[in-house]
Design a protein around this ligand. Structure first.
Ligand code: GDD
Ligand code: MN
Length: 375
């Protein structure tokens, strides 16, 4: 097998037949396999299964029941399950025209690169298929921001956010990659200096169905950038900093309402403890959730830790205020900073410590179909 075409899908049923048909047309005479990594909640798996029976090339389906790592995780699973070193990743909604695949393969065949990126922003490419002016602006702006953050590694790439690329799996360390957010190519390129080539393509409108892009994905992307550039601790610090400010604002607000400062500090702490946990879950440690047991167990650990911390911190703050006549809010700020490092270590090493839960094991259970699906 020369090539694995990895197609991540989430409820893309109406696009499957058209996609496979057009792939078949442009790929005649080549030895390849199409691998759907599917997280759908609808009948997409059945549609793939039915279509797979009619194609002249092998089609495999890897259905994940309880995956929480989204598009990025699906692509990583695809790399791991591929039967060839060269993997082509493309969307299942035909925004990435199969007709571009041969030019990607031809470029890789020159033999001097690890990855060939299908770019909307290279000369000759277009991004007309982006839904609206907002999406276009967001795409352009995040492109600039990303390239500014990784000026050297992304020097050869005009579209690090594309989901359409051809990659030599042997050039990357799959296990070092984190499946966060939609932008898996960025994850690949930011980790290790790869030899990059580009081929322009026309980003088409969606064939059928609805986009899964969202505001949440946007926030995830910003977290991903922060973590790639500055590491997890800075993302944690960002969330912690936000929590600390929220904590002080709530405390100040309550004191203005006449609440006594110790009581105000307690209420402000509880509110921010819960808020921070949610931000850690969905942003900072999103890539570690699936392997670290149940959310309610993580919440219990995090909540207990933070309350124990507050139990120590609030008397310390009281001692500071009464003993040294610092202002209440300043004393609170001091103790919050001191607590930060301990909290990071506890969360990274205890709360999100990997351990396989039943749910994670179920994620690994998969279905395999296709007429050439023998391993
Ligand atoms: N397995 C799996 N799991 N697939 C997913 C998931 C998921 O949680 N979420 C989305 N997908 C699949 C979709 O079914 C589709 O095939 C592809 O990923 C892209 O999702 P869209 O919903 O079409 O997103 P988009 O068009 O906004 O984003 C695309 O364009 C971006 C550039 O603007 C993607 O190609 C991005 O990778 C690309 O960066
Ligand atoms: Mn799309």
């Amino acid at each position: 097998m020369d090539l694995t075409i990895i197609v991540p899908t989430y409820n893309e049923g109406p696009n499957v037949v058209e996609l496979l048909g057009r792939i078949g047309e442009v790929m005649t005479g080549r030895d390849f396999e199409v691998l759907f990594v599917d997280d759908s909640t609808d009948d997409t798996p059945a549609v793939v299964q039915a279509a797979a029976a009619t194609t002249s090339f092998p089609v495999r389906l890897l259905h994940r029941d309880t995956a929480t790592d989204g598009l990025g995780g699906a692509v990583l699973e695809g790399f791991a399950a591929a039967r060839s070193p060269w993997c082509l990743v493309m969307d299942g909604d035909l925004q990435h025209p199969p007709e571009t695949i041969p030019s990607l393969l031809d470029r890789a065949a020159v033999g001097d690169v690890d990855v060939v990126v299908a770019s909307r922003y290279a000369a000759g490419g277009t991004s007309k298929g982006l839904a609206d002016a907002t999406r276009t602006t967001v795409s352009r702006a995040s492109n600039l921001l990303t390239k500014a953050m990784f000026p050297r590694k992304l020097a050869g790439c005009s579209d690090p956010m594309t989901g359409f690329f051809l990659l030599n799996r042997d050039a990357i360390d799959i296990r070092a990659l984190h499946p966060r957010g939609f932008k898996i190519l960025l994850e690949v390129l930011a980790r290790r200096q790869l030899r990059i080539a580009e081929v322009p393509f026309n980003f088409a409108p969606r064939h059928a169905g609805a986009s899964k892009a969202s505001f949440t994905q946007g926030i995830r992307f910003l977290t991903q950038l922060t973590m790639l550039r500055f590491g997890r601790m800075s993302a944690f610090a960002l969330v912690g900093g936000f929590g600390a400010v929220a904590n002080l604002v709530i405390m100040w607000g309550l004191m203005r309402l006449g609440v006594e400062y110790v009581v105000a500090a307690v209420i402000a702490s509880e509110v921010t403890i819960i808020g921070n946990f949610l931000l850690l879950e969905y942003l900072v440690f999103a890539d570690m959730r699936s392997e670290s047991g149940l959310m309610r167990h993580r919440f219990l650990k995090s909540f207990t830790f933070n309350n124990a911390e507050a139990l120590i911190r609030i008397p310390v703050m009281w001692l500071l205020v009464e003993g040294t006549h610092l202002s209440a809010v300043f004393a609170a700020a001091l103790t919050l900073v001191a607590a930060f490092i301990v909290r990071f270590v506890f969360h990274a090493l205890v709360v999100y410590a990997p351990r396989r839960s039943r749910a994670a094991a179920a994620t690994r259970a998969r279905q395999v179909v296709g007429q050439h699906a023998d391993p």
